[in-house]
Design a protein around this ligand. Structure first.
Ligand code: CMX
Length: 144
């Protein structure tokens, strides 16, 4: 492993949870856990309406990403059909997505996209296939 380039994960960025209805899920997380919405957007490319909720009002601490499907053929709609609502992904912040992607590919892990795509708030993102990551869909996030 010593000759392989460093992977460069910085921290856990967020944990993603698939939900059927974003507004209902937001109300639940606020009422049940006292978490607050710190960001909300629609990402057409990923086929989701999403919201970040956090305990810290400035969103600096760990965040939970609520993901609701925009279309029946989206990844989240497929996940809900197969599993129902629940944990869908674990996301890490990376310093440089191109370097991290190269380092993971050098270790034989499959990334889902040949080139990074647009994630939350314009971040560059890619994913490691869950079959190559111990059954966990891993998202890599290089923030703007
Ligand atoms: N976590 C763990 N395992 C998963 C999974 C997940 N989220 N999604 C699928 N799998 C498993 C399936 O259960 C299946 O396992 P088995 O073969 O043992 O049954 C296997 O992975 C492969 O499934 P597949 O039918 O080949 O692929 P899917 O159509 O289920 O798609 C995936 C899986 C990861 C390729 C797809 O969900 C994807 O492209 N994800 C990336 C994009 C995404 O998740 N977007 C929404 C979030 C947007 C954001 O975060 O901004």
């Amino acid at each position: 492993m010593d000759s392989l380039p460093a992977v460069g994960l910085l921290r856990v960025d967020h944990v993603g949870i698939a939900v059927a209805d974003l507004d209902e899920a937001l109300a639940f997380y606020e009422r049940a856990f006292g978490l607050r919405c710190v960001h909300q957007e629609t990402n057409e490319d990923q086929g989701v309406r999403e919201a970040m909720v956090a305990a810290e009002p400035d969103g600096t601490g760990a965040r939970i990403q609520l993901l609701a499907p925009l279309r029946p053929d989206s990844a989240i709609a497929k996940f809900l059909n197969r599993n129902g609502p629940g944990l869908q992904q674990l996301a890490y912040t990376v310093r440089n997505l191109d370097e991290t992607s190269a380092a993971l590919r050098a270790r034989g892990l499959r990334l889902l996209y040949d080139e990074p795509r647009r994630g939350t708030a314009g971040a560059r993102i890619n994913f490691v296939h869950p079959k190559d990551a111990g059954g966990v869909l891993v998202e890599l996030v290089e923030p703007v």
